[in-house]
Write a protein that binds this ligand. Structure first.
Ligand code: G3H
Ligand code: 13P
Ligand code: ZN
Length: 332
């Protein structure tokens, strides 16, 4: 049994309170390996941003839970070594069962998501409450994120073919019964690099897909029902077209890629949305740079000279997001 405080981590409680009142959102960046973790910490230290290091079940399978836990400890020490102690949260992304959440809580996570969004409303309430009861009763309070409404796309072990927007009428009851610390809602975002079908979009003069706007009306309704309550947006990658073009230039194929425009995320971050989840953009940045180097330097075979530039690009991307999209820069 390891408490997150032993690792130097914090939960989301105070961070969310400050983010909601300060009109910004915390970055929740997924990580699976050392280069991603280093890039996140470098960017967040440089921009003085608090950060949520996010681990999916897929990441746990890929990297091993003990390694990830110790990488989070390493992240805290790395930030210190870089000269600025930013608050760091270790968060389970899309927890699919009570047992998985419990296991993470007992191995040093300071925050977990229980994703019961695919269940019936009553089952979602019961499962989320069970996780909250356990997480909140720990010696060091662990924060819990629940979800109401279903995002289109694949949510790790949880998949949904169509998006079902969050029903504002349900949120007071859900938050009251479960005692969750934050709530993920569905207002039109979705996971992955192709967030909308081309027929849902328009095209600009260059043929680039322009997505339909997020449902800010639903977000406003939710905020009216639970004023100041921390709201989370999943599926919030912007899918930068430069990376898509770079990947395709160097042999990749990413047809019909489209993400959430940065201005819409900036607008959301100014509201009660205080956590914005980003994974796909990091994948695109890494893949773009790796493909470029492998093609441009066919003689290269030292992984450090392939992954190093990809890490530098990731850091640039995360710094940009903290400063210009989420507004978290300078808040640590
Ligand atoms: O929400 C899903 C995240 O992007 C995690 O993806 O399950 O492939 O690690 P993953
Ligand atoms: P993206 O696929 O848009 O990066 O979303 C990531 C996410 O929501 C992780 O939980
Ligand atoms: Zn997600």
């Amino acid at each position: 049994m390891t408490s997150y405080k032993e690792l130097g981590l914090v939960n989301t409680k105070e961070l969310f309170k400050k983010a909601v009142s300060g009109g910004y959102a915390l970055p929740a960046y997924n990580f699976n390996n050392m280069e991603q973790m280093q890039a996140i910490i470098q960017a967040c230290v440089e921009t003085k941003s608090p950060v949520i290091l996010q681990v999916s079940s897929g990441a746990r399978k890929y990297a091993n839970q003990n390694i990830l836990k110790n990488m989070a400890r390493g992240a805290v020490e790395y930030a210190h070594e870089l000269g600025y102690d930013i608050p760091i949260v270790l968060h389970l992304d899309h927890g699919s069962s009570f047992e998985l959440c419990k296991d993470c809580i007992e191995t040093g996570f300071s925050s977990v998501m229980i994703d019961g969004s695919h269940l019936s409303y009553d089952e979602n309430v019961a499962l989320t409450k069970k996780v909250c009861d356990f997480a909140h009763s720990q010696k060091d309070y662990v924060t819990v994120e629940g979800e109401l409404g279903v995002l289109a796309g694949v949510e790790d072990d949880v998949s949904a073919e169509h998006s079902h927007y969050t029903q504002p009428a349900e949120v007071i009851d859900f938050v009251g019964k479960t005692k969750v610390d934050s709530l993920a809602i569905s207002i039109g975002t979705s996971h992955g690099r192709a967030k909308f079908k081309p027929e849902q979009c328009t095209r600009d003069a260059n043929g680039i897909l322009i997505p339909p706007p997020l449902r800010f009306d639903i977000l406003e309704e939710v905020e009216k029902k639970i004023p100041g309550f921390p709201i989370v947006l999943h599926g919030s990658s912007s899918v930068p077209i430069e990376y898509v073009h770079m990947i395709e230039k160097y042999g990749g194929k990413l047809t019909d890629s489209v993400g959430i425009p940065e201005e819409q995320l900036r607008k959301a971050a100014k509201s009660a949305v205080c956590k914005i989840n980003i994974d796909s953009d990091g994948r695109l940045a890494m893949t773009a740079l790796i493909r470029k180097i492998l093609i441009e330097k066919p003689e290269e075979f030292d992984p450090r000279n392939i992954l190093g530039p990809a890490r530098d690009e990731l850091k640039k991307l995360y710094s940009h997001k903290n400063k210009n999209v989420l507004g978290s820069a300078g808040q640590a």
